[in-house]
Write a protein that binds this ligand. Structure first.
Ligand code: SDX
Length: 425
């Protein structure tokens, strides 16, 4: 608790209430508004731009300085020195694992490196062209049928088992969505490969032939998962917390997070960025799109730019850009036309007064699509990859909430409808 307090009083009225300020270890302190209804009013914050919905110790973002910490460790250092599974352990447990703890965790995840045979039957219900995000959302919701009777959300061991199952099974389900979308046979998970190599093999291998996976591409895939792992109380994480606050089945809660992530304003932006770059088609058309992005009458926005929190570079975009250069060099695609358009677009936007004044910088989605396309992943799969990485963040926040006293989330509203009226006649 900080020693600061705020007094809320109505002009011309004697009454006032005292609102305590709760201190945070980093970033903004928070004003506890629990007593505000005593004034006869609610606070009003559509889009929750000024609202802290919970306490959390998992991730800290300083939007002004472009800082992202996972349990205190800067994302740049984790991307450089750690790997996705070690970062999963960190997000879940709060500390980096010792070498023996890391080995045990990797073995635990491998022990869940399979899915029920019924998943293939479930998948057969989708048409081949079904969007992979629709399939993934359905598959994860269907996991709640498999594990409902044996999952007690109030039991810490059941929660940890859920976390391990999801981390292990998401890449398998994601790869199955890709194979079904492209009409190819499924490839079984392998215990002989690393997490990211296993994913790339299930994506690009064949039942009788392992994919030829370069260490550079495996590392890039691991960095992509790591950079997407968690991001504080974003729309999809807040969705998982809200659905989890009712005590709902955790697999159903993760499916709600996948649904929220799909939108082009959120995790669907990576697919939208690639579609935008392809629509621009040539550097000579960039100015036209910049004008459209600035035109209030035009709903077009420069996809991959802007962020509710970052008013500086998204630190993940910087790492993604470096990884992008490495992958394209490895694949001999340094002159990829889309990358050239992206780099020119970024340079123009960062000099344009509109983007400078509104502090619109490239975000995590701006370069990720270019890397994933270069690796051979179809744009429809980009948000599936995002969801596969973000699942550990969603389920870590779910577990953090259920590991502490919590209440069902139930926001109020500003009512602007009819006053009471009688049914005619
Ligand atoms: C992610 O929350 C997270 O942490 C999300 C995420 C995560 O890891 O979970 O980081 C992942 O979702 C990244 C964001 C991906 N989305 C996009 O790239 C889509 C394009 N960006 C915009 O849709 C927008 O910037 C948002 C949705 C990201 C943020 O929207 P806000 O915070 O609601 O900002 P806003 O719409 O109020 O915009 C403020 C101003 C507006 O102009 P004015 O009305 O003040 O004149 O900036 C303008 C907007 O029109 N603006 C843009 C713009 N983004 C904002 N103008 C042109 N192009 C853009 N991209």
């Amino acid at each position: 608790m900080s020693n600061k307090k705020y007094h809320l009083s109505e002009e011309g009225s004697e009454t006032s209430i005292e609102l305590p300020v709760l201190s945070s270890t980093l970033g903004q302190d928070v004003i506890d508004i629990a007593r505000v209804p005593e004034t006869g009013c609610f606070t009003f914050d559509p889009g929750f731009g000024a609202t802290a919905s919970c306490e959390s110790a998992i991730t800290f973002i300083d939007g002004g300085k472009g800082v992202l910490l996972h349990r205190g460790y800067p994302i740049e250092q984790l991307a450089d020195k750690s790997d996705f599974l070690e970062t999963c352990y960190l997000l879940i447990n709060g500390e980096l694992p010792s070498p023996s703890e890391k080995e045990a965790f990797e073995s635990t995840i491998k022990a869940h490196n399979h899915v029920e045979n019924s998943v293939e039957q479930f998948m057969s219900g989708f048409s081949q062209g079904a969007h992979p995000m629709a399939m993934l959302c359905s598959l994860v919701a269907a996991m709640s049928a498999t594990y409902h009777e044996t999952t007690d959300v109030s039991n810490a061991d059941d929660r940890i088992l859920t976390i391990h199952r999801l981390i292990a099974k998401m890449p398998i389900l994601a790869a199955m969505c890709h194979k079904h979308f492209t009409g190819q046979p499924y490839v079984a998970p392998s215990d002989d490969l690393s997490y990211s190599e296993n994913f790339l093999n299930m994506m690009f291998g064949a039942p009788d032939k392992e994919a030829d996976i370069s260490p550079v591409l495996a590392k890039a895939m691991d960095v992509i998962f790591l950079l997407h792992a968690d991001h504080e109380q974003n729309a999809s994480t807040s969705t998982v917390r809200l659905s989890g606050s009712s005590g709902a089945n955790p697999y159903a809660c993760i499916a709600s997070g996948i649904a929220a992530l799909w939108g082009p304003a959120h995790g669907g932006a990576n697919q939208a960025v690639l579609e935008m770059l392809e629509e621009i088609g040539d550097e000579k058309h960039i100015d036209e799109f910049i004008l459209r992005a600035k035109d209030k009458e035009d709903s077009f926005r420069l996809m991959g730019f802007g962020h509710r929190v970052y008013k500086n570079f998204d630190p993940r975009a910087k790492v993604m850009k470096e990884s992008c250069d490495e992958v394209l060099k490895e694949l001999g695609l340094e002159n990829d036309p889309l990358l050239k358009i992206a780099k020119r677009l970024e340079q123009i936007a960062l000099e344009d007064e509109y983007f400078v004044e509104k502090k619109l910088y490239p975000n995590v989605d701006f370069y990720s699509g270019i890397i994933m396309k270069a690796i051979g992943i179809s744009p429809e799969m980009f948000t599936v990859i995002f969801a596969t990485g973000r699942t550990v963040g969603w389920i870590s926040h779910w577990n953090e909430m259920l590991s502490n006293p919590y209440r069902i989330g139930r926001p109020r509203q500003r009512y602007t409808g009819y006053t009471k009226r009688d049914y005619p006649g």
